[in-house]
Ligand binder design. Structure first.
Ligand code: GLA
Length: 745
């Protein structure tokens, strides 16, 4: 991997073994985009890839004496507003005199081994300088006296480019930064498809595909969090791209607040793709000396289809975005009491569940909502992070010690960013919430949002949390966030700073995470936001796993986890076995299927294990042992999507070990049909020359070669319905699934 500067042509070639990204300096000093895609052989100039030409009715750049230089027609890196380009800009600066026009000209560049961090913001990182090269371009706008730094990192081992922008006002004008995207890329052609991941509470990240064509296609969040409705991740792909072949650009924002992802097909046959903080509701005061750093965007180019794209994101995000003690450690099998007890528990009830969980081999007990303040329902208590001794007479310290003595770890739920009006915290500090003067704040789940843009508020919450954690044996925290932000206004800031509050809020969240991680480096954090409302790369930097969805129904989860897998690694996907009928949708699914789906995640149970029939409990013991045996493979193996549950009656995926000697396949058939057709599932990523033993519950062990399994397929046909009950036959119902373990001889 390298960054090469061709002095004569003024071009920059960023490349690794697989990809090339080529930048030029345009005649007006701005940065132009020449190429991004499959690796090209390096040469002095690729200038011919930029098409200059005089066209009628375009505006050309002033002062150059050239009529063939119109920004409207040129592919650019970080386009500005208000000059000869009429497409959406990557940023916009408002001057004191009312002008919105800027022109950032190349001044210099610096090539750095490795990757510098971003202060206060989550970002991918390197562990050794040889893992990546970074080029930092310095550009300057004479009129506003603003310096712009554009950062690009090319990784050695991933087909990924990380980008961000940094503004600094070096002049004396008070400027306003009205928008500042993290990433903008002009691609040739408009024949692209757009893939977005949309949903709502309990049905997060369903893939949707549209044609881009001419005009703007976008998704965004204005909820103060990345949201369950849209994810800060989109795919731009060539028509015909499949899971296994074809070109795809995955565009991901390492940020947890409001965002905008957009593609604009222009009428000259180019497509501008961008992602960053949503400009709506955003305005940063760039006063003299002030800086603004955008969040980071990561873009992965794949010539090996969508699976190839996802695998790059998985590896990069699992190993160079997630951090800390738990990054590479096997995650504990947990039991969470939420669906078991909700808020109705006392110490005895909890200890009984924990004892039984321990007997099953479960390693971590998580006490969810309801342990603090007067929290007996969701109308009160949030903000009062001290134990309710009516429920837990020995406090969290006493309970956690008893559970630790059993041989299990103990984890605790917090919702640090929220407060109920019925709480001591709110009574003491009614002005600590986000609320617009003179208007009633909207409530969500009966709660208000604390003003995390204020250090005093973050400090107070830190102190309360720090005390509980320091006094107890806590090795895991579930950090929840259960409502969108409304009336985003801070009483502590001036009128002209209100456009900063959404972003300052998220910076406050990151700050609290960072402080807690620094103080308690061995705690495993799991982020949560009513399930998956803040399932984004920003959170992964602090919490290596996230509760994927409040929907624990196994069939729903096949889709949710399948959609989530387009960007996020299996190790980040919190997934639990819960009871039937399922609490969200009342469906009854076999225990085996609930397990088969949840094991492809950061695995646990969320049920009252003391109420389980004995034979199910025995099954659970086997499941826990199975996960312990295979979790490393499941979390670190290469993941392939095999069958799309949104398009068919089946859902399937698999992981393959790095050495291709082991693999685990999950195959599910949602609804049963009588006398069903023959089925074959073509496996992926195996070594064609190896012979694999295939183990599956209630199936005779067989051996098959890798080539046969990939090219002819694994036979998953069920016998005709009349065969049910025959010795050795499987149990066929709706919501059937099977896990196959493959081991090479
Ligand atoms: C949210 C979470 C759940 C649970 C409840 C507790 O809904 O997603 O897992 O923690 O809050 O109130």
């Amino acid at each position: 991997m390298s960054v090469v500067f061709h002095e004569k042509s003024g071009e920059f070639h960023l490349f690794n073994d697989e990809i090339s990204y080529i930048i030029s300096i345009l005649p007006n000093g701005q940065l132009g985009q020449l190429y991004y895609g499959k690796r090209l052989r390096d040469r002095e100039s690729f200038e011919h890839l930029q098409e200059y030409g005089m066209r009628s009715m375009v505006a050309w750049v002033g002062g150059l004496g050239r009529r063939d230089v119109s920004l409207e027609l040129l592919k650019q890196e970080y386009p500005s507003f208000g000059s000869s380009d009429f497409r959406n800009p990557a940023f916009e600066i408002l001057q004191e005199n009312g002008s919105h026009v800027s022109n950032f000209r190349y001044v210099s560049h610096e090539i750095i081994s490795g990757k510098p961090g971003l202060s206060g913001l989550p970002a991918t990182y390197t562990e050794a300088p040889e893992e990546a090269d970074t080029i930092v371009f310095t550009l300057f706008d004479e009129v506003t006296q603003v310096e712009l730094k554009l950062n690009y990192t090319v990784f050695r081992d991933y087909n990924a480019i990380a980008r961000s922008a940094h503004f600094e006002n070096k002049g004396s004008q008070t400027l306003k930064l009205n928008s500042a995207m993290s990433f903008s890329l002009d691609l040739p052609g408009t024949e692209y498809e757009w893939m977005q991941f949309s949903g709502a509470w309990a049905r997060e990240r369903e893939p949707f595909v549209k044609k881009i064509g001419s005009g703007v296609t976008s998704v965004e969040s204005m909820r103060g969090c990345s949201s369950p409705n849209q994810n800060p991740f989109v795919v731009i792909r060539k028509p015909g791209t499949t899971e296994d072949c074809g070109e795809a650009y995955g565009v991901s924002l390492v940020y947890s607040g409001n965002f905008l992802a957009q593609a604009e097909g222009d009428t000259y046959g180019q497509t501008r793709v961008m992602i960053g903080i949503n400009p709506r509701g955003f305005c940063w005061n760039l006063t003299p000396g002030e800086v603004f750093q955008t969040p980071e965007a990561v873009v992965v180019y794949s010539a090996q289809g969508l699976n190839g794209m996802s695998q790059n994101f998985h590896e990069l995000y699992r190993t160079r975005l997630a951090r800390g003690y738990w990054r590479d450690r096997e995650r504990p099998v947990l039991l969470n009491n939420w669906e078991a007890t909700y808020m109705d528990f006392d110490e005895e009830k909890i200890l009984n569940i924990a004892r039984k969980a321990c007997e099953a081999g479960i390693e971590l007990f998580v006490l969810d909502d309801g342990w603090f303040g007067k929290r007996n329902d969701d109308f009160r208590g949030l903000g009062d992070w001290f134990v309710n001794t009516d429920k837990l007479e020995n406090g969290i310290s006493g309970l956690s010690r008893k559970i630790t003595e059993m041989g299990m770890r103990f984890g605790l739920w917090f919702e640090p960013e929220m407060v109920n009006e019925d709480s001591d915290l709110f009574r003491a500090h009614p002005d600590w919430i986000l609320a617009t003067p003179g208007r009633e704040p909207s409530l969500g789940r009966n709660q208000c949002v604390l003003d995390f843009s204020r250090k005093v508020v973050v400090d107070a919450i830190y102190e309360m949390m720090e005390k509980v954690i320091a006094d107890s044996d806590i090795t895991y925290i579930k950090w929840d966030m259960n409502r969108s932000i409304t009336e985003c206004y801070s009483a502590a800031y001036a009128a002209n700073q209100q456009g900063e509050i959404y972003h300052r809020y998220i910076l406050g969240v990151y700050d609290l995470y960072e402080r807690l991680i620094t103080r308690f480096p061995e705690i495993l954090f799991e982020s949560c936001a009513s399930g998956g409302a803040r399932f984004d790369p920003g959170m992964l930097y602090y919490a290596p796993q996230a509760w994927c969805s409040d929907d624990t129904d196994a069939v729903e989860r096949i889709g949710i986890q399948y959609g989530t897998s387009y960007c996020y690694p299996v190790s980040s996907v919190g997934a639990h076995v819960s009871v039937v009928p399922n609490h969200q949708i009342l469906r009854e699914t076999p225990l085996e299927t609930r397990f088969n789906v949840a094991m492809f995640g950061a695995f646990g149970y969320e049920l009252d294990i003391t109420r389980m029939p004995e034979e199910e409990f025995e099954e659970v013991k086997k499941q826990v042992a199975f996960v312990k045996q295979y979790r490393k493979l499941i979390h670190t193996g290469t993941y392939y999507r095999l069958a799309d549950p949104f398009a068919t009656n089946e859902g399937a995926w698999m992981v393959v070990s790095q050495d291709q000697k082991e693999a685990i396949v999950m195959y599910s058939r949602i609804l049963i049909h009588p006398n069903s057709p023959v089925k074959r599932l073509k496996l992926k990523g195996l070594n064609p020359d190896l012979e694999y033993r295939i183990e599956a519950p209630r199936k005779k062990e067989v051996s098959r070669c890798g080539d046969e399994l990939m090219y002819a397929g694994l036979i998953t046909t069920e016998p005709a319905i009349g065969d049910i009950g025959e010795a050795g036959a499987d149990v066929y119902t709706d919501f059937y699934s099977k896990v196959y373990v493959l081991k090479a001889n």
